[in-house]
Design a protein around this ligand. Structure first.
Ligand SMILES: C[S@@+](CC[C@H](N)C(=O)[O-])C[C@H]1O[C@@H](n2cnc3c(N)ncnc32)[C@H](O)[C@@H]1O
Length: 264
């Protein structure tokens, strides 16, 4: 989408709300939108040029990184055959299938339900070969965290975590003090060297500029963070480098409150 100067001045939150409004408009007129993305491919395909994770996350890749697959496989080359992939908010079959054979040791998608049979019953056929699992659950609950930990078993940590819930974001609470500890529980599962790609939930959008600055000033050498506007939302790439804190560094509560007051 094209952003006006006013939209930039008003910040990420305003831009995401505008993007949602526009995509709802598109859905009304063309019957097509992010709300319909359910089993999206890793890379762009001729029939689905904008659904792919590559389309969404290319703007947060470092310059010259190639596409999303190349970036992940190159960055984690030493983990070939031993890497673990987790998608939050999706069944993740086509995502996992998009990587080179054997790159991931195992993968899982956490989704409210496993709706793959409604799309194409053949999707499940590669689960065994891929060592892929769909974990039905709500990413906001402890039970789901426990299911994921039990699926991880002795692997304990995740190397690539992806969250791209698109229209599913509409169902997440728009409350930063509630959502921040939830984000932290997933950040904790990311291994050192691990990379998180996420479409930023609405609750954080108004605080992203300040958080970006806070992280770069205080954790710039141990967390590699890139934030960008894509046509689909506001996205981040976060890599936990050596020495990164165990807990997700959050903007101090007083800064969140100040920003919330400014926005009133
Ligand atoms: C629009 S689909 C996107 C699916 C996939 N990520 C993709 O891009 O093709 C939204 C997904 O978010 C999941 N979802 C929404 N709220 C969720 C929650 N609280 N916990 C887990 N999954 C959730 C839905 O079950 C669904 O799989």
């Amino acid at each position: 989408m094209v952003y006006s100067k006013l939209m930039f001045e008003k910040g990420y939150g305003y831009r995401r709300k505008e993007a949602v409004r526009k995509s709802k408009e598109v859905m009304r007129t063309k019957g097509d939108s992010a709300w319909l993305m359910r089993e999206s491919p890793l890379l762009r395909t001729p029939d689905k040029p904008v659904d792919s994770y590559d389309f969404q996350f290319r703007p947060v890749l470092p310059d010259g990184a190639g596409n999303l697959k190349e970036y992940i496989e190159d960055t984690l080359a030493t983990k070939y055959g031993d890497a673990v992939l987790l998608e939050l908010g999706g069944t993740g079959t086509l995502l996992a299938r998009g990587f080179s054979d054997g790159f991931f040791k195992k993968s899982a998608g956490v989704s409210l339900s496993d709706f793959r049979d409604d799309i194409d019953p053949r999707l499940k056929l590669s689960d065994k070969e891929l060592n892929h699992r769909v974990i039905e659950g709500d990413i906001l609950t402890k039970e789901t965290q426990e299911s994921v930990r039990s699926w991880l078993g002795e692997d304990k940590k995740v190397d690539v975590m992806i969250e791209r819930m698109a229209g599913g974001h509409d169902f997440l609470p728009n409350e930063p003090f509630y959502m921040a500890p939830k984000a932290n529980t997933w950040y904790e599962l990311l291994d050192e060297g691990g990379i998180l790609f996420a479409e930023v939930p609405d609750a954080f959008l108004d605080y992203m500029t300040d958080w970006e600055q806070y992280l770069s000033q205080n954790y710039g050498s141990v967390i590699d963070l890139q934030v960008a506007d894509s046509e689909c939302g506001i996205d981040v790439r976060l890599q936990k480098l050596s020495g990164a804190p165990e807990q997700l560094p959050l903007l101090p509560a007083k800064d969140v409150m100040e920003q919330a007051r400014r926005l009133l």
